[in-house]
Write a protein that binds this ligand. Sequence first.
Ligand code: NAD
Length: 425
Amino acid sequence: MTAVAQNPAMERELNPWLAAETRFDDAADRLSLDEGIRKVLRSPSREITVYIPVLLDDGRIEVFTGYRVQHSIARGPAKGGIRYAPDVTIEEVRALASWMTWKCAVANIPYGGGKGGVICNPTILSMGELERLTRRYTAEIIEFIGPEKDIPAPDMNTNEQVMAWMMDTYSMHMRQTTTGVVTGKPLDLGGSRGRPEATGRGCMIVTLEALKRFGIKPEDATVVIQGFGNVGGMAARLMARRGFNIVSIIEYDGAVYDANGLDIEALMTHRKETGSIVDFAGGEMIDRDEALAQKCDVLIPAAKENVITSLTAPKLKCRILTEGANGPTTAPADDILQDKGIFVIPDILANAGGVTVSYFEWVQDRQGFFWNEDLVNQRLEEIMVNGFRDVTAYGDKHKTNNRAAAYMLALDRVAFAIKLRGLYA
Ligand code: NAD
């Protein structure tokens, strides 16, 4: 039995759907949200479960379980990634779908929220098996997805190749190439420039806005980043170029530190060559928990969920917490961070750069006209800065912290859309 399983309070704290409900209820209470609208928004609009038969390479047939949850389509088509993992649960997918609704509303892009998942272990599937699984899953949910209905994207263990297969399967059924059915596609199949950097870039943009409030220049700011993957790696690269001092990078197998700022490009090369950040000559290895708790201006958890809990939050010594990952902070940890005076840029704002450039990809696909990278980045900056200003202004007006403000703003926007549309009976 794991430590979590032995501790029901911690198990509850780490449950993603309970975390989503806690934040929702808090924001709904603060807004005195109409009881009926609250009921509509508290539950997803649609949950689809499919059983996916796949022919394995050895001739056997295996049946996989897949989900697609559409939490809301009040402000536009559902939008959200698809993850492949052995431990995917419907509760997790439901929570992630609702987070997408709030994230798109905070960014003020015309989408609702959705998420999908397939219970499988992609590390033991061949490319052929993965392709057959992806195509059959797409076929099973085909009447529920589409550029005007629900637009999937990559998430954990899915990538642009998986999106290319999904797009092709959908297009074959529709008898026409429909690039706008998914985002996160390869550039040659209707993908957008700037998408790989978008989430990290968005994290940098909102961090720059937060620093202005503190009167700190980027070159005077120290930054610790957990996770050196797509989000954390890109944030590190872009922030280092912007003059920030990235003093520590934390990975699952170690943490590297240099008080004068790490050479991020050299660390990337080292990781590419060795597969790890460990033994990097340009810094000293330190304890991972210590690294997370060291004094710094900005901490960016960009690895996974439930990193900042009621146990770890008391130890943090950052001024600004930019949540690059989804759900890195548990609900009970929120109060601790507030008491410590840490300026939190919540995930539904901080990592919205990814879905924002996904939105740009969908717009470009539908126009059949593609933008250069400068235009993508300029429009991304506009949306992230507006999102930051809207959330902080909402927080100042309602005297709440940024997380509560972001949820309140999102609920307010979605509830308003529902009221305008009225209830179809
Ligand atoms: P990724 O797989 O590219 O990178 C994650 C990195 O974190 C990897 O390098 C991994 O080794 C590292 N890691 C894993 N466990 C760790 C641990 N315990 N301690 C330290 N490092 C650890 O994934 P990603 O796309 O960068 O996503 C990271 C987070 O950001 C996830 O929560 C994801 O849902 C969220 N997110 C991603 C995007 C996006 O556009 N990629 C958008 C929004 C949110």
